[in-house]
Design a protein around this ligand. Structure first.
Ligand SMILES: C[S@@+](CC[C@H](N)C(=O)[O-])C[C@H]1O[C@@H](n2cnc3c(N)ncnc32)[C@H](O)[C@@H]1O
Length: 172
């Protein structure tokens, strides 16, 4: 154990609670804003399933290398952007600049340094895609002057370690 005294199970619980609270808060805050949702990192499809419940009626554009999700959580083919994020995200950001109300970016792997670097690289593309007032909820810190950080305590997750998950609102 070498993660601030937390076991991997405890870190996992913090992460999924942070996801759930962040996504729910973003859904409430963007209710009146028109636009689409991005799921960056389909994985097993757990958060995709949550997004389609909380953002019912909105298109959800989904990014990953491949579809390896639970059979109940396979997005429609027209909504899939398959390939490396470093290619698919900039291409989609150019197409949909300023029209995305919520980006959920769950992009991390077992390599913490590579995950941080990927998050830093993706942040400006997410800023380009987001509408003013749109939300970015993710597993990596994304420092950008256009993004106002929102504390986990302010999305109902105050009991979690401060860096369990990250929530931002695009200024404007
Ligand atoms: C932590 S998992 C996502 C879990 C998912 N949100 C869920 O709730 O089941 C991260 C996903 O990002 C994808 N991924 C990571 N780096 C990528 C990259 N550079 N390009 C495309 N996909 C990538 C992986 O294939 C993996 O499915």
């Amino acid at each position: 154990m070498n993660n601030g005294g937390k076991t991997r199970l405890e870190l996992f619980i913090s992460r999924v609670l942070g996801q759930c609270c962040g996504i729910d808060a973003a859904a409430a805050a963007t209710e009146k804003l028109p636009g689409v949702v991005w799921e960056v990192g389909l994985g097993n499809g757990r958060t995709y399933d949550h997004l389609r419940a909380r953002f019912a009626g909105r298109d959800i554009v989904v990014f990953d290398r491949e579809v390896a999700s639970h059979p109940d959580c396979i997005p429609p083919a027209a909504m899939l952007r398959l390939g490396d994020f470093r290619e698919t995200v900039p291409a989609e950001a150019a197409r949909s600049a300023g029209t995305v109300v919520m980006v959920h970016a769950d992009v991390g792997s077992a390599n913490a340094a590579a995950s941080r670097a990927l998050g830093r690289w993706l942040a400006p593309w997410f800023v380009q895609a987001l509408a003013p007032g749109g939300y970015l909820v993710g597993d990596q810190p994304m420092d950008d002057a256009a993004l106002e950080p929102i504390a986990l305590a302010d999305v109902g997750a105050g009991d979690l370690p401060p860096r369990a998950y990250f929530v931002y609102r695009k200024r404007g």
